[in-house]
Design a protein around this ligand. Structure first.
Ligand code: GDP
Length: 366
């Protein structure tokens, strides 16, 4: 599955947020039996209002949302790149994720020590980013010596790898994270970049953790983070981890009222999960029938056979075609039969690029 790693300095609210996520996941586990929770990994359902509508139209018995994982990556302190704190473990954990959720402390509280002695989320973001860049710089400088030698000796693999390594190294030496390379990157270069296994090439989402009273509107700190993120082309989400921790413990029927009293119309975690999903360039397609309506996750740009493979490898191997109904047509016309009659059920083949919201029925050889 796809994983977002939660990082940030100590005492910014990472664990509080992660625990709220896993408590939500634990509550969901009763309904969705395949939800497994490891100590520092929580798998959560991706909230999607389309599921209820499709299920109502298709008269499905069950609804099964799709999921993504969040990993609590503890141990980042100044000097982590040099092995301070939980440095090495931290670096190993962060390499395994697909995207980074960077939690920034935007709440004042004299009782909770800030490791740097002052609340300044933009400076904190730089501290964390510097550690990650130093770790990348060190690992690249170490590896590139060999690769340059081998490339000079006309080693094909090294010759193929070297250009991306040089580009990444130049960026890091210039004090910039390698995710700058993600802009307008083609599939082949993306593979090369991913192959370098760098910490700063993951896409980043900033989470501003604010006091309960600032959850609806943010504050001066979150505005500063917004400005920084905009300059980087990154997104931000404002959340009060304290509120989320409370919401996660409330019975469902009390949740709306509690949120409304805080000026919120949905849990911050829902916003966070959706933002994480978009950060990973993931989209959703659906399958719908009397038994269940189910959401499936694919990367944007996935073709029909590979999309079928997410359900079962047999579906991909024996793929013939996919009956495709767009979500809007399915809902507006009132389901599969009506959509077919209206000519809105298309038969798509191997080259079809699945679109977000497609309701698919696969035909395949066994
Ligand atoms: P971590 O070290 O980043 O995992 O931070 P924790 O989640 O352990 O939080 C550190 C301390 O800050 C704990 O005592 C939390 O209860 C507190 N904390 C977390 N979020 C908030 C918040 O939004 N407001 C306030 N006042 N305290 C918070």
């Amino acid at each position: 599955g796809f994983k977002c790693g939660i990082v940030g300095l100590p005492n910014v609210g990472k664990s509080t947020l992660f625990n709220a996520l896993t408590r939500t996941a634990a509550a969901q586990a009763a309904n969705y039996p395949f939800c497994t929770i490891e100590p520092n990994t929580g798998e959560v359902a991706v909230p999607d209002p389309r599921l209820d509508k499709i299920a109502a139209t298709a008269k499905s018995k069950d609804i099964i949302p799709t999921r993504i994982s969040f990993v609590d990556i503890a141990g980042l302190v100044r000097g982590a790149s040099k092995g301070e704190g939980l440095g090495n473990q931290f670096l190993a954990n962060i390499r395994e994720v697909d995207a980074i959720v960077h939690v920034l402390r935007c709440f004042e509280d004299d009782d909770i020590t800030h490791v740097e002695g002052r609340i300044n989320p933009v400076a904190d973001a730089e501290t964390v980013e510097t550690e990650l860049m130093l770790a990348d710089l060190e690992s690249l400088e170490r590896r590139i010596v060999q690769i340059r030698k081998r490339a000079q000796g006309k080693d094909k693999e090294a010759m193929a790898a070297l250009p991306m390594m040089e580009k990444a190294l130049a960026l890091l030496q210039d004090g910039k994270p390698t995710r700058h390379l993600l802009k307008d990157i083609d599939a082949e270069d993306l593979r090369s970049l991913k192959g370098l296994n760098l910490l700063t090439s993951h896409p980043v989402l900033y989470v501003c953790n604010v006091a309960e009273s600032d959850a609806a509107k943010g504050n001066a700190h979150t505005m500063a983070v917004d400005e920084m993120a905009a300059a980087q082309g990154a997104r931000t989400v404002v959340i009060s981890a304290a509120i989320e921790a409370e919401v996660a413990q409330l019975p469902d029927e009390d949740e709306r009222e509690f949120l409304a009293s805080m000026g919120l119309d949905e849990p911050g975690l829902d916003k966070l999960i959706r933002a994480g999903y978009e950060l990973l360039h993931l989209i959703t397609y659906f399958t719908a029938g009397p038994k269940e309506t189910r959401a499936w996750t694919i990367e944007r740009g996935t073709k029909a056979p590979q999309a079928a493979g997410v359900i079962h490898s047999d579906f991909e191997r024996g793929f013939i075609r996919a009956q495709t109904i767009a979500y809007d047509d399915f809902i507006a016309l009132g389901g599969e039969v009506a959509a077919k009659e209206a000519g809105k059920a298309r038969d798509e083949g191997k080259e079809y690029v699945v679109q977000d919201g497609d309701i698919l029925l696969f035909r395949f050889n066994t």
